[in-house]
Write a protein that binds this ligand. Sequence first.
Ligand SMILES: [Fe+2]
Ligand SMILES: [Fe+2]
Length: 191
Amino acid sequence: MLPLHQTRATCGPIIDYLWEKVKYPFLVFCRLVTCHFFCIYNLCSMYDAEQKLTQVLPELARESQHPQVRDALLQHEQETRQHVRNLEQCFQILNQQPMALENYAVAGLKQHHDTFLQQQPQLSALMMFDLGAGCQSEYLEMAAYNGLIEAANSLGLQQCIPLFQQNLQQEEAAAKKLSMLAHQLSQQAAL
Ligand SMILES: [Fe+2]
Ligand SMILES: [Fe+2]
């Protein structure tokens, strides 16, 4: 057996040569594994978020006295049910079962709402709070879908992209509508 310093001297250049050959595909492979994990993890997280929101949106609609706010929330509840189905279709495309993963951001917004409700606010204050919470949830979803579209593009998951895009467009429209209603109502309250 060769002494260690001789082994290094003999094998070092061979290892360097082999590493140069495999370095690029190896790093690409690591990046794809990381990206795939990111995509699946965020998909599971959004699946939980969307399911939670199908419960929360009708609750917020019931709390609203304003027909336009109620209609906007109920319309987005229907869209959110479609978002859940779109994500289920993505799981089928990826041949993956959704793992149980709590989305703490949406759970936190719900907790925040429940804590505010315990203060027994006036209905008008509760509706403004709910509109704000609704907007926060839409921005959170928009950021998540933008990330999922990026990841799906990197991984070549072309079939998932239109499903994420449909969800994203509806989140953007809902954010715009809820922000506009919040603005109108706060203007009216100021008169
Ligand atoms: Fe959604
Ligand atoms: Fe949404």
